[in-house]
Structures are given as structure tokens and as C-alpha cells.
Design a protein around this ligand. Structure first.
Ligand SMILES: NC(=O)c1ccc[n+]([C@@H]2O[C@H](COP(=O)([O-])OP(=O)(O)OC[C@H]3O[C@@H](n4cnc5c(N)ncnc54)[C@H](O)[C@@H]3O)[C@@H](O)[C@H]2O)c1
Ligand SMILES: [Zn+2]
Ligand SMILES: [Zn+2]
Length: 346
């Protein structure tokens, strides 16, 4: 089969690899029909994720058809259309029993990281019963593949941890796919205002079309002042950090109202300075989370019912065999106006 293979920082190739086989009775092999590229894949290509080694097939998002199921798999069988979760989980270890699939003793984020991933014609999925979700044969794959990673991430790490409530003023710093996923799912709770903050005018325009009530372009370094002006000096009830750099974490901590919640989603490579000299008396809550994908069944219901429309995040489509070109486009997201890039394999 063909797959997108990582060969060290800055090096990737579309090349032949052996087709994956069942290794354990709880595995399934899935033929990929739709996949996509994540910002995390770009981090890997920069060499930021040392657990990913030379020869690894990238990708942790996908929809496909079960090609073969191990003898111990009961929830899916050959021919079933399935959604692949970016988090692999056994469902039985102590962390899984707490609903913390991201820290599963036998899984977690392993796809396209420590085992071969989904930007390939076939992928082996361990613990298939807990890591795959059956889909209807006619399910909209482009909408569904948004549930592999970005929708549960924006919802669990941003909206749930931020405890968005009716009437809240919410700020989301970063209008990339994850920030926009938080924007879509924050609206389940009817906040009064959702202020979207980014450097990219195109992404802010998309954010307005998806329910952002105010947008702030932070390229002039005045984001904090602008948010304080927009909230008549009060600040926000919830600040969701969806970028992963000190500058955006700083914006979040500076705009929190008393009683506010700061929900960090971004993957940080550098330390940040926590301003306890101001926040100690502010009754704030700070949360972090690696996505667990425990809300995937609920999100699937909302997509099926048409109440959640994540397909709005798709901007480009490529054949899986053109994944090298797709990476070039996604890697120049601002210039190409790219959000999610679909990879199709029929
Ligand atoms: N916690 C988790 O489990 C988890 C899971 C997946 C992704 N992530 C992380 O979430 C973050 C967002 O992911 P994404 O795919 O949307 O990334 P992205 O790079 O597509 O989007 C980030 C956005 O931030 C904007 N930005 C950059 N600097 C800014 C600044 N100074 N002020 C305002 N905006 C700024 C960019 O213009 C861009 O639109 C990343 O750090 C990613 O690694 C976390
Ligand atoms: Zn991802
Ligand atoms: Zn587990």
C-alpha cells in the first residue's frame, strides 16, 4: 500500500509500505476512505514531537471501512463504515474507567505518533471496540472526519473545561480549526457573546460566519485593550487558549473577569508566566486537558441530527495520493486560506 511517511524533521514521502495486519485479537484493519491533516502533523514535521521516529506513517484522523476484525472484536465487522478516534483506548484500565481515555495505559494518542497512522490506504487500529465508532453506510464522511480530533478537542478542552454557561461572555484566542471547533460547540450553551481573536483576517471572517459575535485582530498587540473595551471593562467569563504560545496565554489571563475560567487547549513548547500577583484574588480557574474523545458519541448524534455542521471547516480537497501537495497547501494555511484539508481515497 501507499502511505505518507515521516523521515525526520522536514522530511516526508508518499511511498510504499507493507499493508498492516492484525497483531492482537482486539485489533481491526481499516481501509481509509477519508482522512485529513492536523496542525499537530505540522508540529511533528518541524521535529517538535520526539516520540515520532523515522519511518512512521503520519495521521490520526480518518473514516474508513473495516477490512478485517480480530477474533476478539465484537462492535464492528468487515464491511462496516467507521470513524477512527485520534485517541486509542482499551476501555478497561484505570484511566479509561475514569473517562480519561487520553491517558489509557494501553493507548492514548498513539496513532501517527508511536504506531502507524491514518494518512495511508490501510491502518491497524488497536482496541477497535473502544477506538472506532460505527457509521451509517451513507454518512457524510467529510463531516464525520471532523469528529476524529478537532470537534472533541475544541469541545472537551475548551468548552467543557471552560464551563461555558448561558449568557456568558466567551473569548477564544486562535481561530484555527480547533478554535473554530470550540466556537461551534460553545453555542450549545447559548453564551451571550463569543469574541474571536486571531491575526488572520480571513479566519476572523470565517469565525463571524460561524457564530462569532465580535472579532479582534491582535496583530497590533492591542488585543487585551480591545477585549476590555468590548466588555465595558469587565473582561470575559471564559477565555479559551487555542494557539499554544506565551503571547496568547498572556492575552487569556489578562482578560479574565473575576470568577473567570481559563481553558487551555494549545500545545505549549515553552513555559508561560502565570500572573498570580493579579489573579490570586480573582477567583479564577485554570484548566488543561489532552482530548479524551469521550464526547464523540454525543457529537455524532448532533451531526446526524443536523444540529452541528462541522463540514463548514473544510476548505480544500485532495486525492490521498496527492497528500504531498495537500501538506504544502495546509502548511501555507494563511496564504492558501486553508482550514481543514480533506484527503479522499475511493
Ligand atoms: N489539548 C489537546 O488535546 C489538543 C489537541 C489537538 C490540537 N491541540 C492544539 O491546539 C492548538 C490549535 O490547533 P489548530 O489546529 O487550530 O492550530 P492552527 O495553527 O491552525 O491555529 C492557530 C491560530 O492561532 C493564530 N495565532 C497565532 N499567533 C497568534 C497571536 N499572537 N494572537 C492571536 N492569534 C494567533 C493563527 O493565526 C491561527 O489561526 C495547537 O497548539 C494544537 O497543537 C491541542
Ligand atoms: Zn490532531
Ligand atoms: Zn485504557
Amino acid at each position: 500500500m501507499y502511505a505518507l511517511v515521516f523521515h525526520g524533521a522536514g522530511q516526508r514521502a508518499w511511498e510504499q509500505k507493507p499493508r498492516p495486519q492484525i497483531q492482537d485479537a482486539t485489533d481491526a484493519v481499516v481501509r481509509i476512505t477519508t482522512s485529513t491533516i492536523c496542525g499537530t502533523d505540522l508540529h511533528i514535521l518541524k521535529g517538535d514531537v520526539p516520540t515520532v521516529t523515522d519511518g512512521r506513517i503520519l495521521g490520526h484522523e480518518g473514516v474508513g471501512v473495516v477490512e478485517e476484525a480480530g477474533a476478539g472484536v465484537t462492535g464492528v465487522r468487515k464491511g462496516d463504515k467507521v470513524l477512527i478516534s485520534c485517541i486509542t483506548s482499551c476501555g478497561t484500565c484505570d484511566f479509561c474507567k475514569k473517562g480519561m481515555y487520553s491517558h489509557c495505559r494501553r493507548g492514548g494518542w498513539i496513532l501517527g505518533n508511536t504506531i502507524d497512522g491514518t494518512q495511508a490506504e490501510y491502518v491497524r487500529i488497536p482496541h477497535a471496540d473502544n477506538s472506532l465508532y460505527p457509521l451509517a453506510a451513507d454518512a457524510d464522511e467529510e463531516a464525520m472526519v471532523m469528529l476524529s480530533d478537532i470537534l472533541p478537542t475544541g469541545f472537551e478542552c475548551g468548552v467543557l473545561n471552560g464551563q461555558v454557561k448561558p449568557g456568558d461572555t466567551v473569548a477564544i484566542v486562535g481561530a484555527g480549526p480547533i478554535g473554530l471547533a470550540a466556537l461551534l460547540t460553545a453555542q450549545f450553551y447559548a453564551p451571550a457573546e463569543i469574541v474571536m481573536i486571531d491575526l488572520d483576517e480571513n479566519r476572523l471572517r470565517v469565525a463571524r460566519s460561524l457564530g462569532g459575535t465580535q472579532t479582534v485582530n491582535s496583530s497590533d498587540g492591542q488585543a487585551v485593550q480591545k477585549v476590555m473595551d468590548l466588555t465595558a471593562g469587565a473582561g470575559v467569563d471564559v477565555a479559551i487558549e487555542a494557539v499554544g504560545i506565551p503571547a496568547t496565554f498572556d492575552i487569556c489571563q489578562a482578560i479574565l473577569a473575576p470568577g473567570g475560567r481559563l481553558a487551555n487547549v494549545g500545545v505549549h513548547g515553552k513555559p508561560v508566566e502565570l500572573h498570580l500577583e493579579r489573579l490570586w484574588a480573582h477567583n479564577v480557574t485554570l484548566t488543561t486537558r489532552l482530548v479524551d474523545t469521550v464526547t464523540t458519541p454525543m457529537l455524532l448524534k448532533l451531526v446526524r441530527a443536523g444540529r452541528l455542521q462541522p463540514k463548514a471547516l473544510v476548505t480544500h480537497r485532495f486525492a490521498l495520493a496527492d497528500v504531498m501537495k495537500a501538506y504544502d497547501t495546509f502548511g501555507n494555511a494563511a496564504k492558501e486560506r486553508a482550514l481543514k484539508v480533506i484527503l479522499q481515497c475511493t
